[in-house]
Design a protein around this ligand. Sequence first.
Ligand SMILES: Nc1ncnc2c1ncn2[C@@H]1O[C@H](COP(=O)(O)OP(=O)(O)OP(=O)(O)O)[C@@H](O)[C@H]1O
Ligand SMILES: [Mg+2]
Length: 364
Amino acid sequence: MKVLSIQFNHVRNLKNQEISFFSPIQVFYGKNGQGKTSILEAIYFAGTGLSFRTRHTSEMITYTKNTLSCFLEYQDQFSEKSLTVSIEKDKKVFFFLGKKISQMEFFGNLNMIFYIPEDVMLINGSPNLRRLFIDREISQTNSFYLHQLRKFSNLLKIRNKYLKEKLYENEEYTIYEEEFVKCGSYLIEQRKKYIHEISKFVKKIYQNLFDSEKSLEISYKSFLHFENTNSLLEIQEEFRKEIEKKREKEIQYSFSMVGPHKDDFVFLLEGEDAKLYASQGEKKSIIFSLKLSEIDILSKNKQELPIVLIDDVTSYFDRQRCESVLQYLKEKKVQVFLTSTEILNIDAKYYKMEKGEVYEITDS
Ligand SMILES: Nc1ncnc2c1ncn2[C@@H]1O[C@H](COP(=O)(O)OP(=O)(O)OP(=O)(O)O)[C@@H](O)[C@H]1O
Ligand SMILES: [Mg+2]
């Protein structure tokens, strides 16, 4: 996939503008606070309806305004397409090829990977962040998963409400619980599969790009004992057993103690938990490998290459590593958008950012 152009109105400090892209690698450079991250955010928002900075996308609206819109044209293996997202009165509106659609229909058309300095939180931060990441990634190519995810979150709320109101003797509760198990088991099955698949790619990328001597693995951590759970039915069975074991405690504490909402995954470097043992630099490389593995996953599952957005590229890597990463991306033939505080020593299209304005640098 390739982004052909973007047009944005009232995004953060950016001046309303339209920019067309012709090059495999584009670099936005400029001093601090000029709008570099904001432009990547605008591209990501136009493509996914989400921000990589905040869950409250209305924060992206320019301070003095109350609406925002982003329009993006892209090309996939079939044809040229367009996407629009706007925020009006705190509500997001989505269009695909000029036709209004729902957020569920919108998400997953254009695939993007971003890498920002805060991403190290995926190792250091709470399980919640990792679940959010994995759910978002699977949903990109599996809309049924997204659907089940929403259903599960709803069932979880209902189940907790019944527990709180001590209505667990109620017949309806039993029905909800069975749905909860079925839906939750599907999520676990898919996540487990995904982690297994991505772990192989991540290991290879880490060894190729960062450290040929260390072995990196990702492992899914669940309340279930996976030794005896492979099929969906086995997961369901195990899930029911775990609920039985926790039944009294759940009643005592009034919330659902087992389920995919409690699961997590860990990065193991040389078999040890990276959160505890990896160095700062290693953590950055681990997350970067994780993000790059998305390229392999998407090209395998969807026969498409995602767009790669990397914010503040020189803050993660020294010059040599930066070059090998970009060489890797070039060989993969993905379209890349980078930001940096200085011009890089790479063959790319450069754009200078100044006070929210983008200046295309023409080749001399
Ligand atoms: N909603 C908003 N409306 C207007 N300006 C905003 C809004 N949100 C953030 N800003 C401002 O936009 C400017 C650009 O922010 P941005 O993070 O894009 O800068 P940057 O070029 O990436 O800087 P750095 O190199 O420090 O990362 C900042 O001065 C920021 O305070
Ligand atoms: Mg920035």
